[in-house]
Design a protein around this ligand. Structure first.
Ligand code: FAD
Length: 384
């Protein structure tokens, strides 16, 4: 191992750049090399599902070019460069035929979209949107078109449905669940969001799935498992994300749902760390911004001064459906208790209480969404 080898960060999403910024707050000179498969533009991914609402084209969502980031953060950046392997014993990253030595390696390489295998010849009009380049391609294809079918009624599917309606696009949402955002929202809150979206003109096709996507000239014809047929110009597939674990597992790093790290963001291999969408931090896979920001602050300290553990507080998730503002703080997966619901039309306050009366989680919509901060103080932090 080369003692002068740099800190190498793989990925220039919010995790990679937040970490580099946090390191530079404390240390101006330690050599940092960033490697990314994409163009290295700095952007805020949550903005991708607000483009129409905020009146922004894809390029306007980019906050800084790779050159600007290199200058601001005093680092080396290799764009359009895909890591193909890790050699932890040699302390080297494998980039195809090339090897890049690291002193410390940080994996911030995100999550892959889940792609369904669906019959038919219309797949070139199916888009998954998980980065700015995906979004650019989608907005380009949407020029002059008016109809989008969204597969998936999770948080991302619902946010895109709201945003596209704000852009006057016709929207159909198809999902196997009987409610929106199952697993995230309790039924009363999910119904409130559904009412809001239907009020905007979104059409839901629930408890069914897309079985066939046929190219029908200018657009696609979708055949659903309930026998329905839908014509659309484009399709967004928003059926979920899976942390990128393959290369880590191939290098014998421990992986479960994500790359396994402890609260100091250390993987099972010396000098290799992970954070963001690819990481399973002390048993938690949280594909959101607040956790990765907390991780980047802790990891920067570990890398430049002293070993520091991340401590997750209470982290509510804001669902960007302005037709029905919603905030949710799901109870822990294994918590026992019941939902206590106070509902008036689209205004829902649902509190998940333990048997002893403690609030372990909440979902608030409509007028009650304003209570998210006060409620967050009642819910115990993820790391007590
Ligand atoms: P990514 O942004 O995916 O970055 C991964 C990086 O790794 C990329 O630069 C990629 O090119 C690179 N990479 C991958 N593989 C390789 C390889 N082999 N070699 C080299 N480079 C590689 N969260 C919230 O908290 N609030 C929200 O409102 C919200 N809205 C969202 C809306 C949308 C549409 C989406 C998709 C997500 C949203 N999220 C939201 C989630 C949040 O944006 C993500 O959790 C976060 O951006 C993940 O950042 P990341 O840096 O870990 O991963």
């Amino acid at each position: 191992m080369n003692a002068d080898a740099p800190i190498v960060i793989v990925g220039t999403g919010l995790s990679g750049y937040s970490l580099a910024k946090e390191i530079r707050k404390q240390d101006k000179d330690t050599p940092i090399v960033m490697v990314t498969a994409d163009d290295g533009y700095s952007y805020s991914k949550p903005m991708l599902s607000t483009g129409f609402t905020k009146g922004k084209e894809a390029d306007e969502l980019a906050q800084a070019s790779s050159d600007t980031m290199v200058e601001q953060l005093n680092l080396q950046l290799r764009t359009h460069t895909t890591v193909t392997g890790i050699d932890p014993d040699a302390h080297e990253l494998v980039l195809g035929d090339e090897r890049l030595p690291y002193g410390k390696l940080v994996l911030a390489w995100g999550a892959d979209v889940i792609r369904l295998s669906i019959a038919g010849d219309g797949h070139e009009r199916v888009f998954s949107i998980n980065d700015l380049m995906d979004y650019r391609a989608f907005r380009k294809a949407l020029k002059g078109k008016k109809r989008v079918a969204i597969m998936g009624a999770g948080l991302i599917g619902c946010e895109f449905a709201n945003d596209l309606r704000n852009g006057d696009v016709d929207v159909d949402v198809i999902a196997p669940s009987d409610a929106l955002m199952p697993g995230l929202l309790p039924p009363a809150a999910a119904d409130a969001v559904r009412d809001g979206l239907e009020g905007l003109g979104v059409r839901f096709h629930l408890e069914t799935v897309v079985e066939h996507i046929a190219n029908n000239g200018d657009g696609v014809r979708l055949t659903l498992s309930n026998g329905e047929e839908l014509d659309s110009d484009l399709v967004i597939s928003a059926v979920g994300l899976r942390p990128r674990t393959e290369l880590a597992a191939a290098a014998s790093l421990e992986t479960r749902r994500g790359i396994v790290v402890n609260r100091a963001l250390e993987t099972s291999m010396p000098d290799v760390y992970a954070l963001g969408d690819c990481a399973e931090v002390d048993g938690h896979v949280l594909l959101y911004v607040l956790p990765l920001m907390a991780c980047s602050r802790a990891l920067a300290k570990t890398l430049v001064s002293e070993r520091t553990e991340v401590k997750y507080g209470t982290m509510p998730v804001m669902v960007k459906t302005p037709c029905c503002p919603t905030a949710v703080c799901p109870p822990p997966a294994n918590a026992s208790g019941t939902w206590e619901v106070d509902a008036d039309g689209q205004d829902v306050r649902a509190l998940f209480r333990s048997e002893s009366g403690e609030v372990l989680g909440f979902a608030v919509t409509g007028a009650y969404a304003m209570e998210k901060q006060a409620l967050s103080k009642e819910v115990p932090p993820i790391h007590g």
